[in-house]
Ligand binder design. Sequence first.
Ligand SMILES: [Zn+2]
Length: 253
Amino acid sequence: MKLIHKFKSPNFNNRNSKIIEFVIIHYTALNSTVESINYLCSKKNKVSCHYLISSDGKIYNLVHENKRAWHAGKSFWRENSDINSSSIGIELDYSPYGNNNKYTIQLINSLLKLLKRIVKNHNILPINILGHSDVAPYRKIDPGKTFPWHILEHNNLINKIYISKNTKILHNIIDKWFLKHRIKTKKRRILFMLSYIGYDISLALKKDFFFNMLLAAYASRYKYYSNYNYNKKNVDKIIKIHFLEIILTKLKK
Ligand SMILES: [Zn+2]
């Protein structure tokens, strides 16, 4: 795998953690790779990433992996609030509004290669490959609705959520547990599970507006489970299976 080292960003500092646990995937929302390089390497913008992948599949290394690139901003995942210190940030040359509004095969193939290398080098767990919208659901929507998470799943980079028709018993067990612990409303149950999975639920607890944003962030990632098309009626079903999956595989490499 060839990395291009021609352009470097000055926007980084030292990591506060020695362990790299997460990979965060972004889109640039800019019109081209040239524009993105200029933006990410300009000191005044105070943002950067470790890797930028162009729509024709070139991989630019803008910040050394040992350094803390500034890509995630104010973010949170499973007790971690300094995501930049413990992650590698990958920007994809994609904008929902530009000519680059499709994830090309070349870009995705390069992303797969890069992810496989990062996973191997840093022992990243499948549950820790995340989108910016996972770690900042109230501020960010990238890598967006059209990002092909299912391809990452087929490449065993992230976990598949197994949904079978016979999950009624499991649903009942979880529902009984919720009742026993007086977590009664559907909203509270969803928030309990999303929090366990890793999401920041702080704002969603306070306002329905933010609760809906959180659900939208979740749905934009998991909508490809076509039997469980996102709507408020059945989104909790897939979250329940996901929740169980996390409980059962949390410590498994
Ligand atoms: Zn982002």
